[in-house]
Design a protein around this ligand. Structure first.
Ligand code: GLV
Ligand code: MG
Length: 352
């Protein structure tokens, strides 16, 4: 007996009257998912400005929202969704986790009141495909009931050891899957990692160079990226299933350089964006997750030199073939999306 749906059933709505699932993810630029606490009235009043500055605004209902503000955060989010026009800026929410006393009301109230405004629901502490299946069914029922026109997507946070073990099944669980983010704080706790930091490296995690001939000479410890393994695994699971991978939170707001370095590792490895928790991280994310100008200009030269994407040519002494053509296309496709949103970068990429 098979435990997976037939391809036909996989792409059928899970409730009569729910919208057709997407067969392909809508293409949207999501360099930063900017977290805001929706119960804060001052922050709510800044949303119209923020819409112009970030690719995605996320109303956070889960961790970092105090117990006595959980309901206010939910109604604040509904108010934000109802009273703003988001244009091309994404509107997401991070709901409370499945076993919390708030999850059911988070979903039912949000979908019933502003289901047509919300693009993506971020689901925390996902352990396996069963978590996605449950939310998938619930969303379909509510979409049908409240006449929601397009499917609300699901984004999983990768933040438990079991979630990492089940990463492929999570990625494949539903056509609603939008992507995943690394949750380094919860994941560190779940795995028993010995760090109190939220993302970033650790000075003791490294490789010690070999002893020198002169035994007096200090040996250098080369710090390594604690998150390398998980990010790599997440990128393969996501890209293998046609969904997107994101870095998550970087908690030390005072260390912009370390934040930039962590974001950049994620970008180079294949992530398309990151969370920004503090306004000063927005510019960092924008610069890191928009491709480098020189790289874009070089990639354009590769595409121009190989119009049909085959053969082999030399550019500036570097070998190009069908595979580098594909690498170049990744960069140019991203640059085109960025150029549409950002006139300054359009000019830098010579795409205006
Ligand atoms: C994010 O939710 C994290 O736990 O790092
Ligand atoms: Mg978390």
């Amino acid at each position: 007996m098979s435990h997976t749906k037939t391809p036909h059933a996989f792409f059928s709505p899970m409730a009569i009257g729910a919208p057709e699932p997407f067969r392909q993810l809508p293409t949207s630029l999501e360099r930063m998912i900017h977290f805001i606490p929706p119960h804060n009235e001052k922050i709510r009043s800044k949303i119209p400005d923020m819409i112009k500055q970030v690719d995605v605004i996320l109303g956070n209902l889960e961790d970092a929202i105090p117990l006595d503000a959980k309901e206010a955060a939910r109604s604040g989010f509904i108010d934000i969704a109802a009273s703003n026009d988001f244009g091309n800026t994404g509107l997401w929410t991070r709901v409370n986790c499945l076993n919390s006393p708030w999850f059911l009301d988070d979903i039912t109230e949000i979908v019933s009141k502003v289901g047509n405004k919300v693009d993506v629901i971020m689901l925390p502490k996902v352990e396996g495909p069963w978590d996605i299946h449950y939310l998938d069914q619930l969303l379909a029922q509510l979409e049908a009931k409240h006449d929601v026109k397009r499917p609300i997507l699901i984004h999983a946070i990768l933040e438990t050891a079991q979630g990492v073990n089940n990463i492929e099944e999570i990625a494949a669980a539903s056509p609603r899957m939008h992507g995943m983010s690394l949750g380094p704080a919860d994941l560190a706790a779940s795995r028993g990692m010995k760090t109190t930091r939220v993302g970033g490296g650790h000075p003791f995690y490294g490789v010690l160079e070999d002893p020198h001939a002169d035994s007096e000479q200090q040996r250098t410890l080369f710090q390594q990226d604690l998150w390398h393994y998980t990010v790599a695994r997440m990128v393969d699971a996501c890209m293998g299933h046609g969904i997107k991978a994101f870095y998550g939170p970087f908690g030390d707001f005072s260390d912009s350089d370390a934040c930039r370095a962590q974001f950049r590792n994620a970008f180079l490895q294949g992530c398309v964006g990151t969370w920004t928790l503090h306004p000063n991280q927005i510019a960092i994310a924008k610069s890191v997750f928009s491709p480098d100008k020189e790289e874009v200009l070089f990639a354009k030269r590769i595409l121009e030199a190989m119009p049909d994407g085959t053969g082999a040519v030399m550019i500036d002494g570097k070998m190009q073939d069908d595979a580098t053509w594909k690498q170049a296309k990744v960069i140019v496709d991203l640059a085109k999306m960025v150029a549409k949103r950002d006139p300054e970068l359009a000019e830098a990429y010579e795409m205006s």
